[in-house]
Design a protein around this ligand. Structure first.
Ligand code: XMP
Length: 317
């Protein structure tokens, strides 16, 4: 019988066996998978697990600080690296979605390798790979077609190809969440929506600038908080805010404004492969729209995305 408690006992024993006295390095993202994987490995080998959490400048508002604090509470040995400026510099003048993904993937590896080089005797690489990642990396990256370059699996270069430690490799997401709860990881982390590795960079259509990131972080913060406060957060698979590269006319008091539009996105889904737009209540959408327009200078229009996947995708880039 599969139970989270049995899985934890067996996995921790197997990890001790595999790792022994060796040191493990692991990139943490603040997401469910990497946090649960790291907590399991930490249970097996303690501070011989070295976590690296990178601020790439395109995380959600306050996310870097909040997540580091949670890691601390969990007792994980994690180094936080703020590399935002480096990412903004390279993202400048790049409007193409795949280029943005590549830049973020490449810089991330650079930062991670720099941190790895500071540590001694690292022999293994921990990863939060789950079963759907294993399957998707096969089906999405066919020999000639790349739909989107997801870089969760096998994203590290040949020079970093160390022996892997992947305690969640055969689990589905709901099982990962059950294990996480059993491990005592806080609910706000376990129940988090998926968030793409390239973060807000692919939710800012076109060129990414630090100013646009700030704008989107504010709007996204209002939307996410409202979803949580109303209990709607748990009813959707994923939600986010997209900054459109369009300015339109509005009016504020006696003034004419000419500012950006954000699109709110929320979908229901089982695995992200197909998705329906979530039928959020009109009153809720009205409140979020007002709160964003009244509080975020630079945004004067809010729209709601009513497209399903396929033929649309969840993200806009
Ligand atoms: P799409 O937009 O393809 O998204 O319908 C499906 C799921 O994948 C996430 N996604 C990404 N995750 N790196 C990631 O780690 C990426 O480049 C990426 N692109 C999309 C998306 O958020 C959704 O959950």
């Amino acid at each position: 019988d599969w139970t989270p408690a049995h899985f934890i006992t067996d996995t921790v024993a197997a990890l001790k066996q595999q790792i022994g006295d060796r040191q493990v390095i692991m990139a943490l993202s603040g997401g469910v998978d990497s946090t649960v994987a790291a907590t399991l490995i930490h249970k097996a080998i303690g501070d011989n697990l070295h976590g690296i959490f990178v601020d790439n400048g395109v995380l959600r508002k306050n996310e870097f600080e909040d997540v580091l604090e949670t890691y601390k509470q969990l007792g994980l040995n994690v180094t936080g690296v703020n590399a935002s400026q480096m990412f903004y510099n390279e993202l400048k003048d790049n409007a193409d979605p795949e280029s943005k993904r590549k830049i973020i993937g490449r810089l991330f590896i650079e930062v991670f390798q720099q941190e790895a080089a500071k540590l001694e005797n690292i022999e293994l690489l921990g990863q939060g790979t789950i079963y759907p990642d294993v399957i998707e990396s096969v089906s999405v990256h066919g020999p000639s077609v790349t739909i989107k370059s997801h870089h969760n699996v096998g994203g590290l270069p040949a020079t970093m190809r160390m022996e892997l430690v992947e305690p969640l490799r055969y689990l589905f997401k709901d099982e990962v969440r059950k294990v996480g709860r059993e491990l005592g990881i806080p609910a706000n982390l376990i129940d988090r929506h998926p968030f793409p590795g390239p973060g807000l960079a692919i939710r800012i259509l076109g060129e990414v600038t630090e100013e646009k990131v700030r704008l989107l972080q504010e709007a996204d913060h209002i939307y996410t908080n409202a979803l949580k406060e109303t209990g709607l957060y748990a009813t959707v698979w994923q939600a986010g805010t997209i900054l459109l590269p369009v300015k339109s006319v509005g009016v504020m008091g006696d003034e004419r404004t000419y500012e950006f539009t954000v699109a709110l996105r929320a979908v229901t889904s089982v695995d992200g492969m197909t998705a329906d737009w979530a039928h959020l209540p009109y009153d809720f959408l009205a409140d979020v729209s007002n709160e964003i327009i009244n509080n975020v200078r630079g945004i004067n229009r809010v729209v709601y995305d009513i497209s399903s996947k396929p033929p649309a995708t969840i993200e806009w880039e």
